[in-house]
Design a protein around this ligand. Structure first.
Ligand code: UGA
Length: 443
């Protein structure tokens, strides 16, 4: 392997794996993506991405075309024809528990080890509780054929959905956990382009690498819950949390990013990662961070209740039979991902209270309808807002934020908008006749 261009397999083709595979092909490597789901494999092989991620379909189509990227459900074949194996499968929250479900990571790693026909490097990218990688080393040692050299290192991924391609091609740091001289050199070959343009590399032990990833997400979640806790105070004190966040952000020790007060965080990562952190820290007896994360989680979930209460209030005390327009279903703009979506959570709660809820989302209606079959979805913003007693901006898609408030005011029965992402231009909407109620700001 050394000195040659390594061939790459990527196990798991969700947001992380599909993007990583495409990015590796873009960097000039021969890549084979593996997934147990044959419909995913078929779609990707035809250059179709089964989820919305800007720029990814183009990149996949390009490299399916160059022949550097292919997809298969035959893991053994993929492993036999490659040298470095990236584990990119999911670690969702376990049902009825805060713990991460490690079944997929363990099964994928074991399957790779069993299929090795020549020396290989197994690189974990999935987000895992600290201590997992060390355990996987034992699984690999037991499962690999005798005489084959296989090591396990950890190289966590920090990509954001909706920015996955740029984050993968131009990461802001690279973390290599548990490498020796040989695996370190191999990873440096793979990431040579980023490293040559100045991306810092942090080489560390396995446990540190695992914890860097989890701590990064825990910190981001803490930042959001911090500003949301302050937003509650702003509301009762008559202060404006958006102006406050701008002022805080000028201190570069704090920074303005992830200080947008509002409905809070959702998605497939932040919520489950802080819970998995609580669970693992508790197991290890490190209880301070457990209490801290518990509070972060609680503040986050309370934001959803605050918006529900605001909607009830805007409808005069009861939402029964009131028409509520919900703008947004995705957990954030520019994705069709609805995992733990705060917007859908609020929509479903209001629906349960008897409101006539109509949800609109530019990309996520289909995925949302699968999860929430009792909710109704509109095809357009106009349709959702028509005759609405109150409008809720729950996901700050640009098409909503930049919509014409004069036109929308003519459609609504009652021009009241809950700006639950603090994203609207208050003056513009107010002068168009809307009553704008922010979350945690001055009314
Ligand atoms: C997050 C991290 O940002 C990535 O660095 C990480 O790699 C990824 O998880 C992961 O572990 O895979 P992602 O879940 O795609 O990425 O989404 P974010 O952009 O972090 O947004 C998370 C949530 O926070 C969204 O619901 C968003 O609306 C909310 N948010 C974000 C706020 O409520 N306020 C803010 O100021 C920023």
């Amino acid at each position: 392997v050394e000195g040659l261009k390594p061939r790459i397999s990527v196990i798991g083709t969700g947001y992380l794996g599909a993007t990583h595979a495409a990015a590796m092909a873009e960097l000039g490597f021969d890549v084979i993506g593996v997934d147990t789901d044959p419909t995913k494999v078929d779609a990707l092989s035809a250059g179709r991405v089964p989820f919305h991620e800007p720029g990814l379909p183009e990149l996949i189509l390009k490299h399916v075309g160059t022949g550097r990227l292919r997809f298969t459900s035959d893991l053994a074949d993929a492993v036999a024809t490659s040298d470095v194996h990236f584990i990119c499968v999911g670690t969702p929250q376990r049902r009825g528990s805060h713990a991460a479900n490690l079944t997929y990571v363990e099964a994928a790693t074991k399957a790779v080890a069993e299929a090795l026909s020549h020396d290989g490097l197994i690189v974990g990218k999935s987000t895992v509780p600290v201590g997992t990688a060390a355990r996987l080393r034992g699984i690999v040692a037991d499962a690999k054929p005798a005489g084959v050299d296989a090591s396990v290192v950890w190289n966590p991924e920090f990509l954001r959905e909706a920015h996955a391609v740029e984050d993968t091609l131009r990461p802001d740091r690279l973390v290599f956990g548990g490498t020796d001289a040989k695996s370190e050199a191999l990873l440096r070959t793979i990431y040579a382009e980023s490293i040559s343009t100045g991306t810092p590399v942090i080489s560390c032990d396995l446990a540190t690498a695992e914890l860097v990833k989890v701590s990064a997400n825990a910190f981001l979640a803490t930042k959001i819950s911090f500003i949301n806790a302050i937003s509650e105070l702003c509301e009762v004190a008559g202060a404006d949390v958006s102006v406050l966040a701008d002022a805080l952000g000028h201190d570069d020790r704090i920074g303005r990013k992830f200080l947008n007060a509002g409905l809070g965080f959702g998605g497939g990562c932040l919520p489950k990662d802080i819970r998995a952190l609580m669970y693992r820290a508790n197991e290890l007896g490190a209880t301070r961070v457990v209490g801290l994360m518990q509070e972060v989680d609680e503040i986050n979930m309370l934001q959803r209740q605050r918006v529900i209460d605001q909607a009830i209030d805007a409808c005069g005390g009861s939402v029964l039979n009131r028409k509520i327009a919900v703008l947004g279903a995705a957990f954030k703009p520019d994705t069709d991902d609805v995992r733990d979506s705060p917007a859908l959570n609020v929509a479903a709660a209001l629906h349960l209270r008897g409101a006539r809820v109509l949800v609109v989302d530019p990309e996520a209606s289909n995925t949302a309808a699968l999860q929430f079959p009792t909710l109704s979805f509109a095809d357009s913003l106009d349709e959702a807002v028509t005759d609405a007693d109150v409008v809720l901006l729950l996901t700050e898609w640009p098409v909503f934020v930049n919509a014409d408030p004069v036109h929308l005011a003519e459609l609504a029965a009652n021009p009241v908008v809950l700006d639950s992402r603090n994203a609207l231009d208050k003056e513009v909407w107010s002068s168009a006749g809307w009553e704008v109620r922010p979350l945690g700001g001055k009314i």
